[in-house]
Write a protein that binds this ligand. Sequence first.
Ligand code: NDP
Length: 334
Amino acid sequence: MATTSREIRLKSRPEGMPKADNFELASVELPAPGPGEVLVRNSWMSVDPYMRGRMYDRASYVPPFQLGQALQGGAVGAVVQSNDERFKPGDLVESMLGWREAFVASASNLNKLPNAGVPPQAFLGVLGMPGMTAYSSFHRIGAPKEGDVVFVSGAGGAVGSAVCQIAKIRGCTVVASAGSDEKLAWLKSVGVDAGVNYKTAPNLLDAVRAAAPKGVDIYFDNVGGDHLEVALEVARPFARFIECGMISIYNANEPPPGPRNMSYIVGKRIKMQGFIVSDFMDMREQFIAEMGAWVKDGRIKWEETIETGVENAPKAFLNLFTGANTGKMLVKLD
Ligand code: NDP
């Protein structure tokens, strides 16, 4: 019997802030799986800020999305039919074939989810790519020591909230910046020491200085722009800057004004390093073991913001840029 799947395609390349009409909903009939192929029905899919970069037609560390074709991204779902001995109907699997309800693909595109005693969508968040991003870069680039002061921008999101909690486990003092008091209240409930609402603070530098009067040893940057400039200002000598993302400039039509105080990098001997999570795949087993244990024993908590139905995936994606999500932004598909 034919399987119908609805999917979201890129209709036009966004200029500036993406809009709903940059996307279109389409319906496809899936073929029966051939030899070595598997039919999967997705139950959850992820929307992530990095996807904005793939909407530009330019070379990057991942190829651009193609106009008129379904977008791609992390998803978890269940095997419906399998012509590969490694998978059987009912198996929960992870793939990069999100933004669609179902798909037929070679079994080599799938990873079976471990039975970790967590809901499957946790493998798109705290135990998936965002969690791995936080865990690997915080340790590898941040080289945290007990007593360090850590400043995290974008702290209420999937990556940022994991960083805050890992930093607390490592004995650091954590100052978080986020765009709402509700996000900051949740972050404090999971151990964050001080919070700054960057949307309401009359002056970001003053607010961060008040929250981190002794300065900052590690800056975890999800935002760039003003936050980076402030972090350079409050950095202590030999601070480490983990350049994870710069969401404040992802939709900029013009080159954004740079931090005006880059010379601090020299005088304060700041070490600043960008990364892509795939750089740290050698830490994957360590991540699964340690983060998995922290999640199980409740030392790491997570929040989810959920839209329902593939037709609402563009809305979920757009909402990343207005801060509508606390924790991981997800789309529930069944
Ligand atoms: P989040 O869950 O943090 O969602 C995005 C959040 O960013 C929003 O909720 C919003 O929160 C904040 N935000 C949006 N626009 C702005 C702005 N103009 N200024 C300040 N804050 C803004 O997303 P992720 O946790 O998935 O990703 C966080 C960052 O990490 C992104 O920059 C992403 O690109 C990057 N990343 C990098 C990876 C790598 O390998 N280097 C891998 C994965 C993610 P608020 O209410 O606080 O405004």
